[in-house]
Design a protein around this ligand. Structure first.
Ligand code: NDP
Ligand code: HSE
Length: 427
């Protein structure tokens, strides 16, 4: 039986969840994995803060050196979040020959390649299953179960906060701001929810997944990003009438050497498997050339689900000792900048306009779509007001840039009062 000393950096939601799991399941882990985990140090920012769990005063510290310089600690798990000071702390631990487990998607998406190189140079591991989709083991599946495949696509709901907000807006007809405030009260959304609602969180996660899947570092700034702040209940309700459900999707596709990566609100048909993913749950579709479609579903956040991924990574790090698994990037930093990214993707589009209510308006708008080769699949006009009317179009598959040209033509028409929203439709 091996006794493994572990240190935590951070003791908030995820740190507390990982600690609880080790406490609750250590006997089971000892029996099945032949290791006994001991959390011997926990770094926090404020050592005087009252903690949800009593871990003993000698365990808490506010000095990183007490962890970096302790030769008995072989694994460090990081749950501070963000880049500073997490990156420096993780680098110091790796250089001190300690394997690192992290839940920090921003750190891995922005600096994962550099951190992995330092880990390899020092013969230790870098594990980050918890950084994407909380408790869903998607990284291990990509790294260790689908190597036989060329991964052609990823499509997923990988942000729980936005899925919760969109589900409530759709099912209860409530406004974005109202549901966001509720999500904050319930602790689902963070006090500063910008990263979630503006799509940054999903971009970090998609960067990690697509880099692993495509063996090519996909920089965060190469990913198209649009959050959910402009979505209204009207958009969702008109979409419903057309048979759609609205989700914030992360989409990555690879064809030959061209990569398409994007995060944006997306309408999907009501019978699409992702449409049934409600509330703060996550789900990810992976498409391999040999295996076909795989769908993973589960809790994408929370102390215990995320702690589950963290503690499993700690156990993997214990077993691997010096034989750690690394991501097989074929390119370097420069090469990844030169990768061929497709910014003119093809999709169907939902377009909601407010127009003057008079004869001939629809024909003129249809003319603009036609001028740029955008074919219309359906049109609805509802709730005629005194002088204006909402007009909703769904197109057949069209190129993003052609659609943009058609929309700028439409915007210039006197009878078009406002382009309210444009939302991709995927099947
Ligand atoms: P919390 O804010 O709950 O906890 C952060 C912890 O880090 C606190 O214990 C804090 O100390 C400590 N900390 C912050 N700054 C410093 C510093 N400069 N030096 C030392 N300690 C510091 O965050 P979460 O647990 O929610 O998230 C942690 C990470 O996990 C993030 O990267 C997040 O994106 C990721 N993650 C979170 C999930 C979730 O469900 N919450 C799910 C998946 C990933 P103190 O307690 O003293 O303030
Ligand atoms: N804020 C994230 C989400 C949780 O809402 O999905 C951790 O990744």
């Amino acid at each position: 039986m091996e006794n493994v000393k572990v240190a935590f950096l951070g003791f908030g939601n995820v740190g507390t969840g990982a600690y609880k799991i080790i406490n609750q399941n250590n006997d089971e882990i000892k029996r099945s994995e032949a290791v006994r985990l001991e959390v011997s140090k926990i770094l926090v920012r404020d050592i005087n803060k009252k903690r949800a769990l009593d871990v003993g005063d000698s365990v808490l510290t506010d000095k990183i050196e007490e962890i970096v310089n302790d030769p008995e600690i072989s694994i460090v798990a990081e749950f501070i979040g963000g880049v500073d000071p997490a990156k420096d702390y993780v680098l110091s631990c790796l250089k001190s020959k300690k394997s690192v487990v992290t839940a920090n998607k921003e750190l891995i998406a922005k600096h994962g390649q550099e951190l992995q190189k330092v880990a390899m140079d020092n013969g230790v591991g870098l594990y980050y299953e918890a950084s994407v989709a909380g408790g869903i083991p998607v990284i291990k599946i990509l790294l260790e179960s689908l190597q036989a495949n060329r991964i052609k696509g990823i499509m997923g709901i990988i942000n729980g906060t936005t899925n919760y907000i969109l589900t409530k807006m759709s099912e209860e007809g409530r406004d974005f701001e109202d549901v966001l405030a509720e999500a904050q009260r319930l602790g689902i959304a963070e006090p500063d929810p910008t990263s979630d609602i503006e799509g940054f969180d999903a971009v970090y996660k998609l960067s990690i997944l697509s880099s692993i899947a495509f063996h090519k570092r996909v920089n965060v700034d190469c990913i198209y990003r649009e959050g959910i702040t402009k979505i209204t209940v009207d958009d969702i309700n008109y979409g419903k009438e057309l048979g759609f459900v609205l989700k914030l999707l992360a989409i990555a596709k690879k064809q030959d050497n061209t990569i398409e990566v994007r995060v944006h609100p997306t309408f999907i048909p009501q019978d699409h498997p992702l449409a049934a993913v409600r509330s703060s749950f996550n789900a990810i579709f992976l498409k391999g050339d040999a295996v076909g479609d795989i769908m993973l579903y589960g809790r994408g956040a929370g102390d215990l689900p995320t702690g589950s991924a963290v503690v499993s990574d700690i156990i993997s790090a214990c077993h691997r000792k010096s034989n750690h698994k690394y991501v097989n990037f074929f390119n370097d930093e420069q090469d990844s900048k030169d990768a061929n990214y497709n910014n003119d993707w093809e999709s169907e589009f939902f377009i909601r306009l407010t127009v003057k209510d008079k004869p001939g308006v629809l024909a003129k708008i249809a003319g603009s779509f036609g001028k740029y080769g955008v074919s219309i699949a359906s049109v609805i006009q509802k709730d005629r007001g005194k002088e204006s009317a909402p007009l909703i179009f769904v197109t057949h598959a069209a190129k993003e840039l052609s659609l943009k040209k058609a929309i700028s033509d439409i915007k210039n028409q006197d009878d078009v009062l406002k382009v309210e929203n444009i939302i991709c439709v995927e099947h």
